[in-house]
Write a new protein. Structure first.
Lengths: 550, 235, 164
């Protein structure tokens, strides 16, 4: 397929879409699927058929729409009405009311239990109003298993532009202009990374997509892969073109079978259409992608461990430098970016780096997808401009703390991050501000805790995770995390003294400074941040032990 | 010819060549850096963290064994912070398994013991993890005592890189990691072990030894392995 | 080697379609040692765990040192060297589930069935596992029984759900 053919196909698909008066998207994200959306989809298709509406109403399965605990969800376009908690039996009445009679079913509208007057146009609801969707713009609106749907929303236009009207240098220039930073956690400037790999001369280079999303409480990457796999793939192909690679690998977590299946399907479709393989879109650029399935090791999210795992080895990290950009897979220059980073590439190429950089803060451009969960009224997947503050995310988008409880902490960055207290909720969220607070942006897990959470227990929970996931290669992480876990348990169980607390703190600093990889270096973060902001919880436990010893 | 470069170590200017590790430059200039997992000629893994150095411009500490020198690099090898960290790391080694020197075959001929003296470790502040580890004496000539193992993986590397047998590897992860023979079988049943004894000579502690060794009289010849590696031109 | 595997299974190689599929996966990867993890995935899918005979076969076919293969298998939580129960119950212990009471669910299962994570009941009917976040945080606490995902589970619900 060349550029003209793509343009024609895209126009044809848009034209065909116009023939339908309405588009019904049934959410088939993992959350909705587990609450029974498959039955809703079947019933919806059947009802539309039975009522002879097939020529005017299109029914598709879609990716995640966001409010995961309200599922199964159905969105009706173009009016953007979302219905919640449906089952197969409710479908017929819904079709009758909303589509045939054109009167929305108020009691089934999204968030009808929380809003005095739920919104017919979901975009008006506070949950969506504060969001800005770039990465997720197609999620929940197209059929992720159809490449035509993706092409219909300007899919692969960025690739066509890059191959025929641009150059690798220009693409890298645009990425640099956009000030996009790695969405995997550390926030390294993407454009600079691309440029480094581009500059290394080698007979073979690789592009790797890190989809080993292991933070407990994070499901952004899974939702993107499930909801818009072609967007990620297009980003990878663009990266291959820009840095001069011919082979890519997508390392996907084994726990995500649906994401693996959809990405595999996307690869097949893209090969068939000539977006992947030899002489892509009639150019002299060739590139292909293989999937590698992870096998359950958090440390494989660390880039050098991930590379070892792709090579079929134990996923143990190695010291950097040399960085993968210089010596990665099989010793060749390798570009590693995370799913969300790749999903940002096509929009940057299409709208230009400068325009992209207008969203967000001066140091952190664009948006960030968060998985909002825990003790918050509305949990799910959200995308907000960088710089949005946590209070807005938790109280406006998330609707606050349920059950009359009081907010206590927001945990970002999973086991590598920290807990942010009430007094810092007004900080704009970007890489730097979270780091100042002793946490990290991480991949985007955001867990809300209320006053019933004991922060010593929370620190212990994350430390246990790190003990379990430590690869065992370097001594500070292997022994240090276990020692810290034992000390935390001692404190938690009321058997500790001030000396234990001091030892714990010292250990935390040693492990942070001397561990080999990011897992070990950041393992003390939840401990250090809870010690910083919630020391009273620790002191209470120490008091308990003092009393017990009287 | 590699490019000549100038670096500074602990404030002293040193002329050297590109492509060398910080550790080897230090050795050539009689600057002693403690090491545990490093063994001359074997691939470096940077696991023991004792050779960590401060390098100007890097916000994290870098291992001397795997970091290559570069023009104008400014390196500090013995700051107070590094000394303290080394002491704590050695304490961690001692707390992990059983390192009671008085009842160890390697007593007085043990790199871990020497290391404790070198870094000035007085006592271990952390509770001992008291892991119960196996002693495998199934091999006709040799014994592996996992209680004394510090997971430096020198044996794994010498067996694979020098002997080419790859009897040893590591199983599990975290503090449950152990050195294994073949499919985690008794050493005596290994199909790959050639009984060459190289692993015994590179082991820094009393984890690997020949049967009949007397406590405190253990003989090890690491220099023989180094010699062999040099003569064969491995690396 | 292949023959040895077949003998222990009590039939010839061609009769065990599972081994054929494993061999196909090995062939597809041109017997490259890099393919180890991918081949192990195929084998575990076939057998539900990794029988040692099959592991030996793969080791031999990929020309890898045995200790390296064993090291890889035991490094990754996904791989199992022991036979699993007829049914599997996987409790998510991700942060969101933890905050919303995954431990109580685990305790309830331990109370009723006497198994802890990683264990199988004496009659081999049920195996209990934990997962480090299934990514279904909106449904916390989440449990997967065989292929069925249950959201917002209550501890007292487990007995009923796990009676087959």
């Amino acid at each position: 397929m060349n550029t003209n053919e793509l343009k024609e196909l895209s126009e044809k698909i848009v034209e065909e879409g116009k023939a339908f008066k309405k588009k019904v998207c049934v959410c088939c994200g993992a959350g909705c699927l587990s609450s029974g959306s498959e039955a809703v989809l079947e019933s919806m298709k059947q009802t539309i058929k039975d009522k002879g509406l097939e020529s005017t109403v299109q029914v598709i399965p879609s990716g995640c729409m966001g409010p995961c605990n309200q599922g199964p969800l159905v969105k009706i376009l173009p009016e953007e009405t979302i219905y919640e908690k449906l089952d197969g039996d409710a479908v017929e009445a819904l079709v009758d009311d909303h589509i045939v009679k054109d009167t929305p079913q108020e009691d089934k509208l999204l968030f009808s239990e929380y809003r005095d007057k739920p919104f017919v146009d979901s975009r008006e609801d506070p949950f969506f109003k504060r969001q800005k969707r770039i990465v997720l713009e197609n999620c929940g609106r197209i059929n992720p298993e159809s490449i035509e749907d993706y092409i219909g929303v300007n899919g692969y236009q960025a690739l066509a532009y890059a191959l025929h009207r641009s150059s690798p240098e220009h693409i890298i220039g645009e990425i640099k202009l956009s000030r996009l930073r790695g969405r995997g956690g550390a926030g390294y400037p993407t454009g600079f990374k691309w440029e480094t790999v581009y500059r290394h001369v080698a007979d073979q280079k690789y592009v790797v997509c890190n989809a080993d999303e292991g933070d407990p409480g994070a499901f952004m990457d899974r939702s993107i892969l499930e909801g818009d796999p072609h967007r990620v793939l297009e980003g990878m192909i663009l990266a291959g073109y820009a840095i001069g690679a011919t082979q890519g690998y997508a390392y996907i977590r084994g726990e995500y079978p649906a994401a693996i299946k959809r990405f595999e399907e996307a690869l097949k479709q893209a090969r068939k259409k000539g977006f992947l393989g030899r002489s892509i879109m009639g150019s002299d650029f060739s590139f292909d992608v293989e999937i590698r399935i992870g096998a359950g090791a958090f440390v494989c999210g660390e880039e050098t461990a991930l590379l070892a795992s792709i090579e079929g080895k134990r996923g143990t990290p190695r010291p950097r430098p040399p960085y993968p950009a210089e010596s990665g897979l099989w010793g060749k220059p390798t570009l590693i970016n995370n799913v969300e980073t790749f999903a940002n590439i096509a929009p940057i190429v299409i709208s230009g780096g400068t325009a992209f950089g207008e969203v967000g803060t001066p140091k952190s451009a664009g948006t960030k997808v968060f998985a909002l969960a825990g003790k918050v009224q509305i949990s799910g997947l959200i995308e907000v401009p960088m710089g949005t503050n946590l209070r807005d995310i938790i109280f406006e988008i998330g609707g606050g703390i349920p059950g009359g409880h009081k907010f206590k902490a927001a945990q970002t960055g999973g086991p590598s991050g920290g807990c942010i207290p009430e007094q810092h909720l007004d900080h704009p969220v970007d890489y730097e501000s979270l780091q100042e607070l002793g946490s990290i942006m991480g991949s985007g897990g955001l867990i809300v805790m209320d006053e019933t959470s004991d922060m010593v227990d929370v620190a212990r929970y994350f430390m246990e995770f790190c003990v379990d996931e430590s690869c065992g290669k370097c001594i500070p992480c292997r022994v240090g995390t276990k020692q810290m876990f034992d000390l935390l348990t001692k404190i938690y169980e009321g058997r500790a003294t001030d000396i234990d607390l001091a030892t714990l703190e010292q250990l935390a600093h040693v492990v942070k400074d001397t561990s080999l990889c990011g897992l070990g270096m950041s393992a003390p973060n939840p401990l250090l941040s809870t010690l910083r902001f919630f020391k009273e919880d620790y002191i209470q436990h120490l008091k308990d032990s003092a009393l017990a010893n009287v | 010819m590699p490019d000549k470069i100038t670096i500074s170590i602990n404030g002293t200017e040193i002329k050297t060549e590109e492509g060398k590790s910080i550790l080897s430059v230090c050795k050539e200039n009689d600057i002693h850096i403690p090491v545990m997992c490093h063994f001359p000629g074997l691939t470096d893994v940077g696991a023991c963290r004792l050779c960590l150095c401060e390098v100007k411009g890097y916000n994290k500490l870098l291992p001397a064994c795997t970091t290559l020198v570069a023009e104008n690099m400014e390196i500090q090898t013995h700051t107070e912070k590094l000394k303290e960290y080394r002491r704590v790391i050695v304490e961690m080694f001692f707390s992990e398994r059983n390192h009671m020197c008085s009842i160890c075959v390697a007593n007085t001929n043990c790199e871990l013991q020497d290391m404790a003296t070198e870094v000035g470790m007085q006592h271990v502040r952390f509770p001992f993890l008291n892991q119960e580890c196996a002693v495998d004496a199934s091999h006709p000539k040799y014994v592996i005592d996992h209680n004394r193992c510090i997971m430096c993986t020198r044996c794994v590397r010498v067996c694979s890189e020098v002997e080419g047998a790859h009897n040893w590897d590591v199983k599990n992860r975290g503090y449950n990691a152990r050195v294994i023979s073949d499919f985690d079988q008794p050493w005596g049943e290994s199909e790959t072990c050639t009984s060459c004894g190289k692993c015994l000579n590179v082991c820094p502690t009393g984890a690997l030894w020949a049967k009949g060794s007397v406590q405190g009289k253990l003989d090890k010849f690491p220099e023989k392995i180094t010699d062999l590696i040099e003569k064969r031109g491995i690396h | 080697m292949t023959q040895a595997v077949a003998d222990k299974k009590g039939g010839d190689v061609k009769a065990d379609p599972r081994l054929k599929l494993i061999n196909a996966a090995i062939k597809k990867n041109k017997s490259q040692p890099d393919a180890l993890i991918q081949v192990l995935h195929v084998a575990q899918n076939m057998y539900g765990y990794l029988p040692m005979d099959v592991v030996r076969h793969i080791t031999h076919a990929l020309r890898l040192p045995p200790s390296r293969v064993y090291g890889v298998i035991t490094f990754y939580h996904f791989f199992n060297l022991n036979k699993q129960g007829d049914h599997t119950c996987m409790v998510c212990t991700g942060t969101a589930c933890y905050v919303k009471g995954a431990q109580a669910v685990l305790d309830a299962i331990a109370d009723r069935f006497g198994i802890r994570p990683g264990e199988v009941t004496a009659d081999e009917s049920l195996g209990l596992q934990t997962a480090r976040c299934l990514g279904a945080c909106g449904l916390a606490p989440a449990v997967v029984i065989d292929d069925r995902v249950l959201g917002k589970v209550a501890p007292e619900q487990m007995e009923k759900e796990l009676t087959f």
